[in-house]
Design a protein. Structure first.
Length: 90
């Protein structure tokens, strides 16, 4: 590296070719595993069968910061509502 400047190789931000191929292969495998529903079907199954790892995955794709409407502050509420859900109906 010449005095902190990039002089060759991949451009900054370009993924490694092997990483891109692996990512593509993983997505194709998950799509096939989802049968008729494809990738979404596979992910729905994982949400039910493996909720812990699925929630970790969900945490990776959610935004790190939440904002309210039009980028403003998040509105707060002064009430707490308890809703009881019957798991047998879901």
């Amino acid at each position: 590296m010449a005095h902190g400047r990039k002089t060759g190789g991949r451009q900054k931000g370009t993924p490694n070719k092997t990483t891109a191929l692996l990512k593509d292969a993983i997505l194709k495998a998950a799509t096939l595993a989802g049968n008729e529903q494809g990738l979404i079907g596979y992910l729905q199954t994982q949400a039910v069968v493996n909720p812990g790892p699925f929630m970790a995955l969900l945490g990776k794709v959610l935004p790190m910061q939440l904002t309210g409407e039009d980028g403003g502050a998040i509105k707060t509420h002064n009430a707490i509502e308890m809703v009881i859900i019957d798991p047998a109906k879901n």
